[in-house]
Design a protein around this ligand. Structure first.
Ligand code: APR
Length: 232
């Protein structure tokens, strides 16, 4: 049965790495997942960066290069079209790859930052779309190492972004999780929040997840197929 977007006062699509899987970007967990190949303790936490910034930056440059070789798919385009037709379609994402933005989707809360930004502890955040390799690995003001503006393991989430996402989710009447294992905070908290707030909950994921029992519907389809056929 199709879901009519216009019947909802506010809709949140909550996306994870599985949304980009069909573009060729590997997910974090499951077969071929990044954390099955790499230890996060070596590549994705502040401690690893403090120990060996060059190694961590090199890892992230390889990820940027591999994402650049991928392109958004029909599911991304369907999301952009839904937003164009219905202004109250919001996107809250855990994706850092920029694929949604490349497809023309307006992202309302980017929970885990972006691999296309760099951050200096002293001098703030700057865009870096220079390609696979970073434009600069050091801050032009203080020469400190720049780190990717993403949420690593053991980092806390930007409070303002977290609050904005929480507000959107607690106010929506339809909550659609797409391609997330929903085990990592805040995903693990946002699904129950949507439930408590009385939204209709739909999960798009070829696999079941630890959160599946909370959803009203589980759509066991890849994101591209579900996003292009389920919503009218
Ligand atoms: N369509 C929809 N879902 C898919 C597809 C697809 N084509 N392919 C895979 N999936 C699902 C998988 O079944 C899995 O449940 O996408 C999910 C991806 O889960 P994760 O790899 O855990 O990604 P995510 O939930 O975004 O991870 C959350 O964990 O490591 C951190 O910071 C990282 O943002 C990430 C966070």
């Amino acid at each position: 049965m199709q879901i009519s977007i216009s019947e909802h006062s506010s809709v949140v699509f909550f996306t994870g790495a599985g949304l980009s899987a069909e573009s060729g970007v590997p997910t974090y967990r499951g077969a071929g997942g990044i954390w099955a190949q790499y230890r996060y303790e070596d590549y994705a936490c502040q401690r690893a960066f403090d120990r060996d910034p060059q190694r961590v930056l090199h890892f992230h440059e390889l990820r940027r290069a591999s994402v650049l070789a991928c392109a958004p798919h029909a599911g991304h385009a369907a999301l952009a079209a839904m937003q164009a037709a219905h202004p109250r379609v919001q996107v809250v994402t855990q994706n850092i790859d920029g694929m949604l933005q490349r497809a023309g989707v307006r992202v309302d809360a980017e929970l885990h930052g972006s691999m296309w930004r760099m951050r200096c502890t002293q001098h703030g955040i700057r865009d870096d779309f220079s390609g696979g390799a970073y434009a600069s690995r050091k801050c032009e003001h203080c020469a400190a190492w720049l780190r990717p503006d993403i949420t690593w393991f053991e980092d806390s989430i930007d409070e303002a972004v977290f609050a904005r996402a929480g507000k959107l989710i607690s106010e929506c009447s339809l909550f659609v999780a797409v391609g997330t294992s929903a085990v990592v905070y805040p995903a693990a908290a946002f699904v129950p929040l949507a439930k408590r707030s009385g939204a209709q909950l739909v999960e798009i994921n070829p696999e079941t997840t630890e959160a599946s029992s909370l959803f009203d519907r589980h759509i066991a389809l890849p994101a591209s197929q579900a996003l292009t056929t389920l919503f009218v």
